[in-house]
Design a binder for this molecule. Structure first.
Ligand code: FE
Length: 186
């Protein structure tokens, strides 16, 4: 099904449910607004930026990410057991859900299409370096790649390495530069 077909079907379904009194259009608008404006990778970016600037926060984040991010009061859920894995000079981390598309919504929003793609889910396990190259991530051969399999129980987020050139920036400026893919491992 193409995107436009899917959109037409979704619209038809919405009209039908509203007509039957099963759904309130205001509720739908509220959900769409939440995912457009308040739940997305901008939240994860704030977490990463804070971790880069605040070593105490970072250590709480690495120990128990679910409780460390409580102070942000993010909406969106799916972070009952959030684990943050840190990229270092030695290790590059990559997140997948091999089974379906488990993803930490509160910090990253809804998963991108490629994250749900069966090709990504199987290839990332077999040939993570090739997949990373396709993302434009070139790793030294000496660097280890670790693949983390998210599930309904545990969802992972990557703490990327801070580029040297960003060292003087404040949290807000940093957050505006941190990309969604960098927090998945791409
Ligand atoms: Fe899943």
């Amino acid at each position: 099904m193409s995107d436009s077909q899917a959109a037409i079907r979704a619209e038809a379904l919405e009209s039908l449910l509203v007509e039957k009194g099963l759904l309130d259009t205001n509720d739908i608008d509220a959900v769409i607004e939440m995912y457009n404006e308040r739940v997305g990778p901008m939240n994860g970016a704030r977490v990463v930026a804070k971790a880069w600037r605040d070593t105490q926060f970072k250590s709480r984040l690495m120990t128990d990410a679910t409780s460390a991010i409580e102070e942000f009061e993010f909406e969106g859920g799916e972070v009952q057991k959030l684990v943050v894995v840190e990229n270092t000079d030695e290790v590059h981390n990559l997140v997948v859900c091999t089974l379906c598309s488990c993803y930490p919504w509160a910090v990253l929003g809804l998963p991108p299409k490629w994250y749900k793609d069966p090709a990504y889910r199987s290839r990332v396990v077999r040939e993570p370096r090739v997949v990373l190259t396709e993302f434009g991530v070139q790793l030294l051969p000496s660097k280890k790649v670790r693949v983390w399999d998210s599930s309904a129980e545990i969802r992972y987020m990557v703490l990327p390495q801070q580029p040297q050139t960003w060292l003087g920036l404040d949290e807000e400026a940093l957050a505006s530069k941190i990309t969604r893919d960098s927090m998945i491992g791409g």
